[in-house]
Design a protein around this ligand. Sequence first.
Ligand code: BGC
Length: 733
Amino acid sequence: MYRLTDAQRARVRELLSRMTLEEKIGQMNQESMSIVGGFDVPFEELIEMLTDGRLPKEEFDKIMSTAKTDYHEDEVREGLVGSLMVQDAEKYNELQHIAVEESRLGIPLLIGLDVIHGFRTVYPIAIAEAGTFDEKLFQRTAAMAAKESRSQGINWHFAPMVDVARDARWGRVSEGPGEDTRLASRFARAKIQGLQGDMSSPENYVAACLKHYVAYGACESGRDYNTASMAPAQLYNVYLPPFRAAVEAGAATVMASFNDLNGVPCTVNRLTLRQILKGEWKFPGLVVSDANAIRECVNHGIAADQYDAGVQAANAGMDIDMGTRIYIKELKRAVEEGKVPLSVIDEAAERILSVKMWLGLFEHPYVSPELAARYETLPEAHLALAREAGERSIVLLKNENGLLPLDKSKKISLVGKLAAERTEVVGAWALSWRESDCVSIQDGFDNAGANYRYFPCCGPEGELDQAQLEEAAAWGDVIVAVVGETTAMSGEASSKADITLPGKQRELLEKLLAGGKPVAALLMNGRPLALEWESVHVPAILECWHLGVQMGNAVASVLFGDRAPEGKLASSFPRMTGQCPIYYSHPNTGRPGGKGKFTSRYLDAGWEPLYPFGYGLSYTEFAYDGLEVKDAGDTLMVSVDVRNTGSRPGVETVQLYTRDVTASIVRPVKELKDFAKAALAPGEQKRVTMAVQKNDLGFFNDAGQYVLEDGKFIVYVGGNSRDCLSQEIEVTF
Ligand code: BGC
């Protein structure tokens, strides 16, 4: 929980009273290391030139060999930098020393980094981990990452990313908790608890940064950085709640998103920043822009020039400028010219200093050598947690005739380049891992002692090796084909217009299947894929995502049956890319999708996803019965019998959805309200009970007011968002 004591608050105020305007603005400036050398263009442009071919690779390498990294030591000394991005303890201590010992007021630096799903111990990407529906796990992995990164001085994570994302074309679906607002809210809350703890031992915790505020996941057509527009009710009901939940859980910082929302970039958006976040929600922490976003307001066409962009951002409540230096260049003049009130600068500086005070940086600015070395070798407990998280994130999509689990003593042809690539297990936005810690799927086969031979054949890119394929098809009694996307195909700036299996991988599967041996496909990817063909032809499909450093061991446990799959999809899988965005919690039309011609559907893809939100099989089966919904005053008590009807143990995620049948605005056909885990031995039955607060059955209208309307509701309970038992109930508030 982000909260300062009275004494801390008083210290911040006292410090503030001694600061010059320049020093206050300095706190609002965030630098990242820059590469400087014998080139005339900014480093970012150099990268662009390399990417678009203007600069040959050899030229680039030559330039880089003489380039130097600039950490802006001089500006830190002058008090013109409030925060920086650094990755290791040595550099951290060096810079912190300059800030604390050599700057006039000795104000320590905030050091931020993108620690999205783990630091050295990388655990599953968020969209995978969210599918465990386990808040304790979300919290445990976050706490592990916080400890590891703080040991290197990183005291601020640019995480969690809690954007509701409903369009699988958007590459950043990998980084967040998926399509559902309730699951995202629980995820957000748990991550804040894990990252920030209670600050009783600051060396174990960091300040969290909720991002990207807001509606970044609603970017039009799934294209990154694109515009987002929506009615206020949708903003309030779908996109804001995860942020609000995390603010209520005590998040210390928030990052604004790149996109414009209804015509106003979130970087300069007074409605979302001043009115909602800092006003209605009384958020006490600091707000940072996304990288270079203040300057980009000129590109958006909302600011005439950099000065104007800086003025608008500061006045909208943007406390820190990430990366553009516009604040240090322009804000002093803006204050002098009366364009930005001094109170805006004071407020921002106070918020920033408060976070530093709360983090304990004034008392303990440095990292000790013992702390810095603590996680040098990844501790057993961290590896075990990464493995557990990996195993439990795997989703079984199809298992014809009980092909899985495999008997590891059978001859297995392991196919696919991704199976052996250690660097591909960590997924997008993992920055601080080491290849030597990564366990590929092939390594996992070795560690499990499987009887296999490996045939790379092909990967997401490049050609198919026909000879290897024929050998693979001939050798094994069963074939395990690892297919999917490279890490670079999801994450930031990685939107795709076609989300079927890339490259020659479909052909690989076709040819392997033609050989007549049973084929299990293991998917490695960072977004839902369009797998209609595979769902028809491939007998077994395991969605393995990017599971982190323990990926290979986690996959082997599930594939060979040491642990039953229990993951569920946090995001619907479309049949065809053209169905995107597709999500279970959609408002109904006047002509709900159906078989008839004049219904809301596609002629070539129907209206339903291939695999819906919440879907995931086990090696056993679960039956639901005896749904009972009781009105208990302020709550609805919902109970259901869940029975393991198969012959193996398993864990089921029981999901509770509701529908408001008639309301003053069109409401979603289903909304997740709660979920519970049931671990069941073969033949075992449990009665699972969940309580829904009645005041959780309301919704926001276009004026941003939360309303509760009496009437008929349907309660659904099941193992996914499609296949549920249901019961109607009249609710009065
Ligand atoms: C991303 C943010 C990230 C920031 C700093 C931006 O490009 O959108 O998610 O935190 O860079 O690395």
